[in-house]
Design a protein around this ligand. Structure first.
Ligand SMILES: [Zn+2]
Length: 504
């Protein structure tokens, strides 16, 4: 018989309608069975959790993260745009042992748990191609820590130097020859390796699910994109890609395909409800309509978008078209933390600098919905996580209402979105199990983790030094190339993110 837990006296947060109610929750095994008034009856022998003085919110769902980034925290230079980050990637994520891949997942999981997040969509990169062992090592780490994850091998068949036409011409010899030597596996081998992972998926899919991520359209040949599309269909798994993240990508896409990146993906039959488009910044009205018509979700990563100066995504225009939108942090070295409270707040704030028409700003309830249910739907987990509701998984965050963030308390949801930074996260339950209990992670030995990670980081720093030297040597040339591109005029019918004049 499944175990019952009754959680008494907490204030349960709701995004729709916006508010909070004092309620008891009955959890059976990993699922919420009942939500009722305070002191509601519970089966004999139920475990009781006293949640008085606590707010109970659904665990955040991080719609786009990269586990491989966690061991490279702090190594991304201050003023790098995305392209310089990609140039440095082999030196940031290279030489990883299986144990390093496991540590990646544990560090990401612990940070997310401590900051109120219980599920993520991880696009995980392995050089030169994905491996069953590597994905398993990452998945085991998430499962061990108690975080739910959708794990997508992040794949490509072109490096940055091959993907951006003209880029290597901007690099003089002998450096050019050296960057040309960096090669990913041929697409057939990579797709076969990914398929091997899906065919032998070792995890319970309610905890750890597979997906596939052709990383950036320009970095993937068309036959490779088609193969990814077919893998997603055959194995019934979600797809995610970084869509039109930078202006350089949008311009080069137009040059390479003769149409926008979105249109090109549509022509290949890639757009559909199983696809989520991360970042989704450089889109015009037609692109947005295509994405909306095909049921594509967008994943907004505001901290990373601003960290890299990539641009601001047109969220209100997406909502106008009934698109599903989720929210994400992006990697621990590109945002530079896995704090969904921060990403949620930034999503609301960014909408306010795009138009003076305050009726079109995103409200706390809207962004909170995106950070929970919106991301869950994009991951294919809609109806299972993202709400404190009957039948949903018991993935709950307990916030201490005695924390200064809530003194005084007037508007719980508003204060969670606009004030909370993670400091009041007291406990976290995932699948009915306390994974953070009054400030202590119960599933991972954090002191051991710290020691292991420090040793791994020191070893990786030394092992990756030659690659980092090479990326450092070509960085100025790549920077110049991309700066020139970004200054080009970019013709689109109308950039939807430039909000139209006010209309009453
Ligand atoms: Zn990303």
């Amino acid at each position: 018989m499944a175990e019952f837990t009754v959680i008494r006296g907490g204030q349960v947060v709701e995004a729709r309608p916006r508010g909070a109610q004092l309620a008891d929750l009955l959890v059976e095994g990993d699922t919420i069975r009942e939500i009722g008034p305070p002191a509601m009856p519970a089966p004999d022998g139920s475990k009781v959790i006293d949640a008085s003085g606590k707010a109970i919110m659904p665990g955040f769902v991080n719609g786009h993260v990269h586990g491989h980034g966690t061991l490279a925290k702090g190594l991304v230079e201050d003023r790098w745009p995305l392209e310089l980050f990609l140039n440095a990637l082999p030196g940031l994520a290279g030489n990883r042992s299986l144990e390093d891949k496991r540590l990646n997942g544990l560090v990401a999981a612990v940070e997310m748990i401590r900051k109120g997040c219980t599920a993520c969509y991880d696009l995980f990169f392995e050089f030169p191609m994905p491996s069953r062992d590597g994905i398993e090592a990452l998945g085991r780490a998430y499962a061990e820590a108690g975080v739910r994850a959708v794990i997508a091998p992040m794949v490509a068949d072109f490096t940055l130097y091959q993907a951006y036409p003209g880029l290597t011409d901007a690099i003089p010899e002998p450096l050019r020859r050296q960057v040309q030597k960096i090669e990913l596996a041929p697409y057939e081998a990579t797709a076969d390796a990914a398929e091997d992972v899906f065919r032998n998926w070792p995890f319970d899919r309610s905890q750890i699910r597979p997906a596939i991520a052709p990383t950036i359209p320009l970095h993937c040949s068309d036959p490779f994109l088609l193969r990814c599309r077919d893998l997603a269909r055959s194995y019934d798994i979600p797809l995610q890609t970084h869509l039109a993240e930078t202006k350089s990508q949008a311009i080069l896409g137009m040059r390479k395909y003769g149409c926008s990146l979105t249109r090109h993906l549509d022509d290949l039959g890639m757009l559909g409800p199983h696809l989520s488009a991360a970042h989704a910044i450089w889109l015009d009205d037609e692109d947005l309509r295509r994405l909306a018509d095909r049921g594509v979700s967008a994943i907004h990563a505001p901290a990373s978008n601003m960290r890299f100066g990539s641009g601001l995504a047109p969220l209100r225009a997406m909502l106008d078209l009934q698109m599903n939108v989720g929210i994400a942090t992006d990697a621990a070295n590109s945002s530079d933390s896995l704090n969904m409270f921060e990403s949620t707040r930034l999503a609301a704030f960014i909408s306010r600098v795009l138009t003076p028409d305050f009726r079109r700003w995103l409200g706390a309830d809207e962004v909170f919905y995106m950070s929970t249910e919106g991301s869950a739907r994009a991951m294919g987990l809609g109806g299972m996580i993202g709400q404190v509701a009957k039948g949903y998984k018991a993935d709950l965050v307990f916030l201490d209402l005695h924390h200064i963030n809530y003194v005084p308390l007037h508007d719980l949801l508003g204060q969670i979105v606009f004030t909370e930074n993670g400091a009041a996260v007291d406990s976290v339950m995932a699948g009915g199990r306390m994974i953070l209990d009054r400030g202590r992670i119960t599933t991972v030995d954090e002191s051991k983790l710290r020691r292991d990670v420090e040793a791994a980081a020191a070893r990786l720093s030394a092992a990756n030094l030659p690659m980092r030297k090479l990326s450092g040597a070509v960085q100025d040339m790549i920077g110049r190339f991309c700066r020139a591109l970004a200054h080009e005029r970019y013709h689109v019918s109308r950039q939807a993110w430039r909000e139209e004049e006010l209309s009453d």
